[in-house]
Design a protein. Structure first.
Length: 743
């Protein structure tokens, strides 16, 4: 009875952040001058509301583990003879675990944002948007039917539009939120068509009901398989855009123009997670359609590999993490496409906490870098200007290191268990998908460790650049010379949408292929050492962020380390819809009784872990501190011509060009899609102005001139009228006499 009563009040979970958002927005609207003084109160109220939602979510989660039941609380909304629609809340394991994810990450981001945006003039607006964003996602996960899901789906998209373009006075932010909005409209239009199609077939919007009816109709052959696959893929088009799957992934890196806390929330628990959640919610419906499942798996595999290759040589810290999110989302879609429901759900949770930790860590780094290089996103987010930050930011460096290891798939951290299970399931389903998953795992370890090394290890490089000739001197990192001119790098970032421009004709080296001793670099023209700079400049170094920004990093380390252990079932390895409840039960069985299964699991994961270590080793050799033996090995390889330097350099140029220019996908979209659309629009405008308007305006002008000419004949003299009458009758008489008899 208590459980039934509690589930009836599940509406409190999304309502708490909704009330906080409305209250903050109302105060800022009615009392704009007092908003600055009430900043702390608004932040405390937002944090308190999410804490209440989190507590209730954990309470429901505990009760669900005891009862193993699915509860719905519905009330009628539209009642007619031909349609009946109800709204309410659905409580099941998937909804509850997503609720816990959204609230826990949301609390961390809200606490972090209180310090990160405290000096921003739009703080109250940011806080209201943030709470409404969280409330929209919570409403989505508890929705019992497709109409309610679609409403909250659009609310999530609208809030992401507002937060990506939060700094709307910056043209890049305004363009980024418009790009995200338009791209998601494409997928959402397909989703709406799919919802209408599934209602036309099943006559219901209720998820469980329509899934059962659809399966029954397909099994009996009452529905055309082609139509069924079209509807399933239309439903899938929504998650393709929302979760940044190929080919609608292009909005995700531009979304980094928003504040970093929003990047963490979008990439961890809200917008991109909504697409994965929706596929998992309707997977029963899609599972019986092999063609649709195959398409979904290949879209996920393509996205995973593409995102990994695009992240390989990114210089912008946040964009590198954005492409990492895109790749990991591809992993989840791949798992759902092959029917590995538990693996995809597990990876959604483990990746969310690891990526939230990494993004908030990047925000801490950027926040500190701005104190050194000034407020400039291009400089403060450029990893080539960082380095050695672990020494001056030990907490941020440690938490980022653990998040990096988790995303690399290193045991026993969280992402290892879910990623390894996805890779194993991929090999069982298809060798091609298995290769894609395995290669992507190696790439992931390589670029994630590259991000960590360039950011936190070595020496701080921003102070090693001549301030009077910024961008001309080389960046020295211990014994590595990172060849490449920063001015050219910045021009590439600005001209990223046009990879064939003159600035991008010659890209700098993709990797530091020339190793040299630091003492030799000091003799190069234009190079200044730290000692030289210390006499002429007051060198600045980044500092650790304050407690409000560091605390969420420390808290998120715990699920980064332990969340994966909840997702491992040491007794059975079966996956499926029924196993999710088993996945949600914490492990209480002693490890001793499961020793054989644990050892077998670790042995099976040797292959994927080995690829991850290979990727880490390659990044360490290229970007880590280079010892004498490593330099000697490199010189030996170079001297015996094992690798052709020209070939290696050309390959490096290709990789860097591919990565920095986003695989040239945005460029071809611009050439063949956007410009074609603009050209057709201009043709339509020309036809409308000169043909349609020309005919209408010409008719009006002829009437005007005809009337103006006719009024001069209206003098009132009968002789003039008689003359006109005779002049008109004579041609008619001639026509009747000479022409008509002949015909």
């Amino acid at each position: 009875m208590f459980a039934e009563f509690s589930y009836e009040y599940v509406w409190i979970v999304p309502s708490c952040p909704l009330v906080a958002s409305g209250s903050t927005g109302l105060v800022s609207f009615l009392l704009p001058k007092a908003t600055k003084g009430l900043r702390r109160s608004c932040a405390a109220f937002s944090i308190l509301s999410l804490t209440v939602s989190m507590f209730i979510s954990f309470l429901f989660f505990w009760q669900q583990n005891v009862s193993h039941s699915t509860q719905e609380y519905l009330w009628s909304w539209i009642l007619k003879d031909d349609i009946s629609l109800k709204i309410g809340f659905l409580v099941d394991p998937l909804a509850l675990i997503m609720s816990i994810l959204v609230t826990t990450v949301g609390i961390s981001v809200t606490i972090y944002s209180d310090s990160y945006t405290c000096h921003d003039q739009g703080y109250a607006r940011f806080s209201a948007y943030l709470s409404l964003f969280t409330a929209s996602m919570l409403g989505l996960v508890f929705s019992p039917n497709l109409i309610q899901i679609y409403v909250f789906w659009e609310l999530v998209g609208m809030r992401s539009y507002s937060l990506i373009g939060f700094w709307f006075v910056r043209p890049s932010a305004a363009n980024a939120c418009q790009k995200a909005f338009v791209t998601n409209r494409i997928g959402d239009f397909g989703l709406l068509l799919g919802i209408l199609g599934i209602y036309w077939i099943t006559g219901s919007f209720e998820i469980y009901e329509l899934c059962d009816r659809f399966i029954e109709l397909i099994s009996s052959g009452s529905v055309n398989p082609v139509l069924a696959n079209i509807i399933a893929l239309l439903l899938f088009s929504g998650p393709v855009a929302k979760s940044a799957q190929f080919p609608l992934h292009v909005w995700l890196p531009d979304a980094m123009e928003g504040p970093t806390p929003i990047s963490a929330l979008i990439h961890a628990a809200t917008m991109v997670a909504a697409g994965i959640f929706f596929i998992a919610r309707i997977l029963n419906l899609i599972e019986i359609l092999p063609l649709s499942m195959s398409v979904i798996s290949w879209v996920g595999g393509t996205t995973a590999l593409l995102g990994a290759t695009l992240a390989l040589t990114q210089r912008d810290l946040k964009k590198g993490l954005a492409y990492s999110t895109m790749s990991q989302l591809g992993y989840m879609v791949l798992a759902l496409g092959i029917g590995a429901y538990r693996s995809a759900s597990s990876h959604l949770i483990t990746h969310a906490y690891s990526k939230a930790s990494s993004f908030l860590g990047s925000g801490s780094v950027i926040h500190s870098m701005e104190k050194v290089v000034g407020y400039s996103p291009i400089k403060s987010q450029n990893m080539l200007l960082m380095g050695g930050l672990r020494k001056c930011m030990p907490i941020t460096g440690t938490t980022s290191f653990l998040g990096t290891l988790s995303l690399c798939g290193i045991p026993p951290l969280a992402c290892f268990w879910s990623k390894d299970e996805i890779t194993a399931e991929s090999w069982l389903y298809s060798s091609y998908l298995g290769w894609i998953a395995s290669i992507t795992a190696g790439f992931t370890a390589s670029y994630m460790f590259r991000i960590y090394l360039l950011t936190f290890e070595g020496d701080f490089r921003a102070n090693n650049i001549s301030h009077s000739h910024f961008g001309i001197s080389r960046l020295s990192d211990n014994n590595i010379s990172l060849w490449g001119e920063t001015k050219k790098e910045l021009s590439i970032e600005k001209n990223i949408d046009n990879p064939l421009s003159s600035q991008n004709a010659e890209l700098p080296e993709a990797v530091p292929v020339a190793y040299s001793y630091k003492k030799n670099l000091t003799h190069e023209k234009g190079i200044q050492t730290d000692s030289d700079l210390s006499h002429s400049h007051n060198l600045l170094n980044p500092e650790e962020s304050d407690f409000s920004m560091v605390l969420p990093l420390i808290v998120l380390v715990m699920p980064t380390l332990l969340a994966g252990l909840i997702g491992v079932n040491f007794i059975q390895k079966e996956t499926g819809l029924d196993s999710l409840s088993e996945w949600l039960i914490p492990l209480i069985v002693p490890i001793k009784s499961n020793k054989a299964n644990l050892i077998e699991l670790l042995i099976d994961s040797i292959g994927s872990v080995s690829l991850s270590f290979v990727g880490i080793f390659i990044s360490y050799v290229m970007y880590g501190p280079i010892s004498f033996y490593q330099i000697k090995i490199y010189k030996y390889i170079r001297d015996i011509k094992v690798l052709d330097e020209k070939l290696l350099s050309s390959f490096g140029h290709f990789i860097q060009g591919w990565s920095l220019n986003r695989g040239y996908i945005d460029y071809y979209y611009n050439v063949y899609l956007i410009k074609t659309t603009v050209f057709l629009s201009k043709l339509v405008v020309f036809f409308d102005q000169w043909v349609i308007d020309g005919i209408i305006n010409g008719t009006g002008a002829s009437s005007l001139f005809g009337g103006e000419g006719a009024r001069y004949g209206g003098s009132g003299r009968i002789s003039y009228y008689s003359f006109g009458l005779i002049t008109g009758i004579i041609p008619l008489i001639l026509l009747a006499v000479f022409v008509l008899p002949i015909t």
